[in-house]
Design a protein around this ligand. Structure first.
Ligand code: ADP
Ligand code: MG
Length: 693
């Protein structure tokens, strides 16, 4: 690129940026002129409308103009400077906690002041704390007629005024240095502005720009920049994928026919979907290139067997595997399942729990590091420093949404030896929509288990207000009378573990009174793991009829004899979480039911969620609706996409731009590959570039 590229011009070249300010900007990651120009306002304010002081209310952000009545120092818990300002309609206080002598003098009676800030309740009157203000001797007129004022992400020591000034200066002298990376014909076809025009427009909105459009992210300038930013992320993922293709991994071949042995002993036939996905995974790991495959399948679709097949294949090649679960409860269950499936094949499994005694931990670790144990099952405890493997070739991550990309990478690094990478298999019950997967999960290959094992009867779901609790208790009585079991989940959100434990014990007590013959157990987050285990084991072995629990049982718990799921305060849970909880039943052959108890009145969204859950049992459909309600950003979490916070784009809002981004990406790769690294560098700080993590 030419040296006019604004990426290479240091921010200190901008008028008004001295050494001190440049240092402060550097702390924000603003090093170059380009960084400064891309430090975009996160919202805009209409300050051209002057409010009558008598009309303002706490919580509003308003512009006012008034005359100064008096200014005094107030001594409260903190010393502050209080200025009384009034117009014909009323008066308000301006409070400054930090002020200079000059400021104090300036704010004297008889001067005029125009300020902008948030109104709040003060002592005896409404007030504005540290508003932006300007003092004058004459009555001021409202300034910058028609234009919106940009508000930049807040930063210590760099005020809005400074940011407004220096971005203005950068636009005046350096905007032409912003290299256009998107092909002209593309911009013309879509009627999108150039990079330069888009950036100028966002820093200095045109007089006729509407606040509403800016807030919706729908102005041409924003759309153009969103496309470019999404493209940068997409390209970064593509690059990561290319890089992975150059790495080596052990080729895992099922020399001992362990997979066949495993399948034979299962006691059930694999579904067609399971067979297909097992085939895809085994084909991947037989190649000397690290696999990164996402297996998505609804709750109960049988993902665990797929993982076990891959693990068995690794063992047949003489390699080790690690299986990561999001909770201790689930890790323990997997450890039990895996050892029952794999021990008969001569594959030894260890369970690394965070609460083992020091000596048994030592023993387990040495069995892992000398390679005797072929499979390690655990939670994030497996990430710990002292956990070393002899020949780790496969990492399986279950219920991926609980793990961040960072953790997955940490695990991958454990297997790195002589330049070899382990294969990675990620399993999730939250499917990713197709275009999103193609743009943001480009690094992953995706397999779907789109079929449930036979003989499952869909779970009947009913929505019941909590004052009809007695009916629910009656249902439990019937189920238990039939020798079946029930869960009662109390998801008390936002409350401390202590309160939660208390509420749960309360529920258990009430149940006890209504069902004196039922054997009732309790699990919650405050219990010691050993106690929790005891209760879970008793429930699994049928020695308890009802398990009262917090959402700790949300993920993966498998007790086929349980056929009734009661969820209290269901209105407070998200769709996917409810679906996960419901998935704990309907695992055996008997008819199962799920009761969603709610506290009326229901809000609009809650009503929609409960109805959606009642009307469908298809996890993919539920995921789609969840996405609609909350947007992909929240459903997947930036953690899961691994995406840094974006500057302009918003995955939830800009979902429909993704097909454009994909097409543009293809075009760039084919016609302008040299622009790709420049684009990635423009939008992603190097630390966050996926290729580098
Ligand atoms: P999930 O996909 O939710 O992790 P699991 O792997 O826990 O599902 O499987 C749920 C239950 O279904 C387990 O009890 C498992 O043994 C059983 N299962 C898995 N595959 C089949 C199959 N093909 N036929 C019958 N039962 C199966
Ligand atoms: Mg599972």
């Amino acid at each position: 690129m030419s040296n006019k590229n604004s990426n290479s011009i240091p921010v200190a070249a901008v008028k008004g940026v001295g050494e001190k300010l440049a240092e402060k900007l550097a702390r924000l990651g603003i090093l170059s002129v380009q960084d400064l120009l891309l430090h975009l306002p996160y919202r805009y304010e209409d300050r051209t409308r002057i409010s009558a002081i008598g009309d303002v209310r706490p919580g509003q952000r308003v512009s006012i103009i008034g005359s100064i009545e008096h200014t005094d120092i107030a001594y409260g818990r903190r010393r502050s400077l209080v200025t009384r300002v009034s117009d014909e309609t009323g008066c308000i206080n301006i409070r400054l906690f930090y002020f200079s002598r000059t400021q104090q003098n300036n704010l004297r009676r008889g001067n005029w002041i125009s300020c902008f800030g948030e109104v709040r309740h003060g002592r005896g009157a409404f007030e504005m704390v540290h508003p932006e203000y300007r003092v004058s001797q004459q009555q001021p007129v409202a300034d910058s007629a028609g234009a919106l004022t940009p508000v930049y992400p807040a930063t210590a020591g760099v005020s809005q005024l400074i940011l407004r000034r220096i971005t203005g200066n950068a636009i005046d002298s350096h905007a032409s240095a912003l290299t256009e990376l998107i092909p002209d014909e593309y911009l013309r076809a879509l009627k999108l502005p150039t990079l330069r025009d888009a950036i100028v427009d966002l820093h200095r909105p045109k007089a006729d720009e509407r606040l509403r459009d800016l807030e919706a992210g729908s102005t041409p300038a924003q759309q153009r920049l969103s496309i470019e930013e999404l493209l940068a992320h997409h390209m970064s993922f593509l690059t990561l994928r290319e890089k992975r293709r150059l790495l080596e991994a052990p080729a895992l071949i099922d020399k001992e026919a362990f997979v066949g042995g495993l399948v034979q002993r299962l006691g059930f036939e694999l579904t067609g979907a399971q067979r297909r996905v097992v085939g895809e995974v085994l084909a991947d790991i037989s190649r000397p290139v690290p696999m990164l495959r996402l297996v998505q399948g609804d709750v109960g679709s049988g993902k665990t067997v797929v993982a076990a097949a891959a693990v068995a294949c690794a063992a047949a090649s003489g390699f080790q595997s690690a299986l990561l679960a999001p909770t201790e409860l689930l890790a323990e269950q997997h450890a039990r399942t895996f050892s029952s499936w794999l021990t008969p094949l001569g594959i030894s499994t260890v369970y690394l729990s965070s609460r083992m005694s020091a000596s048994s931990r030592r023993c387990t670790l040495s069995r892992l590091s000398d390679g005797q144990a072929r499979v390690a099952v655990g939670t994030h405890a497996l990430f710990q420093q002292d956990v070393g493997f002899d020949r780790l070739a496969l990492v399986v991550v279950d219920e991926q949404h609980r793990f961040g990309v960072d953790q997955r990478l940490a695990m991958r690094d454990k297997g790195q030896r002589h330049g070899m990478m382990p294969h990675q298999l990620v399993m999730t019950a939250t499917p990713i929509p197709r275009t999103l997967a193609m743009t943001f999960y480009t690094e992953l290959d995706v397999s779907s288990i789109d079929e449930l094992p036979p003989g499952r009867t869909p779970v009947d779901t009913v929505v019941v207000p909590e004052d009809r609790r007695e009916e629910v208790v009656q249902r439990i009585r019937l189920a238990c009378g039939d020798g079946r079991q029930a869960y009662w989940v109390c998801p008390l959100i936002d409350e401390s573990e202590a309160l939660r434990a208390q509420a749960i014990s309360g529920t258990a007590k009430l149940l006890h009174q209504s069902l004196p013959d039922a054997r009732i157990g309790l699990v919650h987050g405050r219990m010691k793991p050993a106690e929790k285990d005891k209760v879970m084991t008793a429930f699994r072995e049928g020695r308890l009829d009802v398990l009262v629990a917090t959402t700790v049982i949300e993920v993966g718990v498998d007790v086929p004899n349980a056929s009734l799921m009661i969820i209290e305060n269901a209105e407070r849970l998200g769709l996917s979480q409810l679906h996960q909880l419901r998935g704990r039943v309907g695992r055996g052959h008997q008819k199962s039911a799920c009761v969603l108890l709610y506290k009326p009145p229901l809000g609009k969204h809650a009503r929609f969620r409960l109805a959606a859950l009642r009307d469908t049992t298809d996890g993919f459909e539920i995921a789609r609706q969840d996405l609609e309600l909350r947007g992909p950003g929240e459903v997947l979490g930036t953690q899961q996409t691994g995406a840094q916070k974006m500057r302009v784009a918003d995955l939830a809002r800009d979902c429909d731009l993704l097909p454009k981004v994909l097409a543009l990406g293809k075009n760039m790769m084919r016609n302008h590959p040299e622009r790709v690294p420049v684009l990635i560098r423009r939008w992603m700080s190097s630390a966050q570039e996926y290729g580098h993590v």
